[in-house]
Design a protein around this ligand. Sequence first.
Ligand code: HEC
Ligand code: HEC
Length: 175
Amino acid sequence: MKISCPPAGTRRRTAAPVHRALRHPLATALLVVLSAADSAYADSPIRPLTPAPTAFQQECATCHMAFPPGLLPAASWQRLMGQLGKHFGTDASVDAATRDTLTRWLVANGGTSKRGREEPPQDRITRASWFGRKHHEVSPATWSRPAIKSPANCAACHPKAEEGDFDEHAIRIPR
Ligand code: HEC
Ligand code: HEC
């Protein structure tokens, strides 16, 4: 939270109510809750509740990394899994039993956080509004570097992306 310092002349008058509010025990409790919720939301890894079926690595990590299910809501996974034959210009279809196993797991572990609940256009993580906000500093030229190729290639810059860890301190942008 940023509390800016008002110009010297006005300082005493404006600062007093803030301090009084902060001294109130309820206000302090609220601040603690708010900042805890904020850091859990921003920093906690998006780990699935149950381990991935082996088919997830085999079927969903050959053309791109295995996206942690918490990055998209259940409805998006349901749609993606219902049209694997026409998957972003490729055929990613699997047999019916494998599809059902994977769909159940993805849906059960779909995103529930503020970010993860968003249903982005085309069910692309990279089209989610938070994705745009968080990556506005990355230029088009950077996205298309040979070592990156696509915004969907999370692991190029987030080394632990498959584990759902996007900690901003671990980011390395390849040249
Ligand atoms: C035959 C290759 C192939 C397979 C297999 C495959 N995909 Fe994809 N997938 C793609 C391509 C190509 C894209 C678009 C990537 C891009 O825009 O850079 C994509 C994109 C995605 C995206 C959106 C990424 C974004 O832009 O945010 C999701 C989610 C996704 N795939 C999930 C899956 C799941 C789940 C499976 C396993 C059932 C799977 N994929 C298997 C080729 C594949
Ligand atoms: C070209 C490198 C690059 C790629 C590829 C990339 N990111 Fe990022 N990511 C960044 C940068 C840079 C930031 C901004 C860090 C900051 O705010 O200081 C960021 C921030 C984030 C954050 C916020 C981290 C935080 O602590 O607030 C998340 C979550 C995230 N990325 C997820 C993803 C996902 C999911 C993908 C793939 C679908 C992806 N990123 C692809 C570079 C990348």
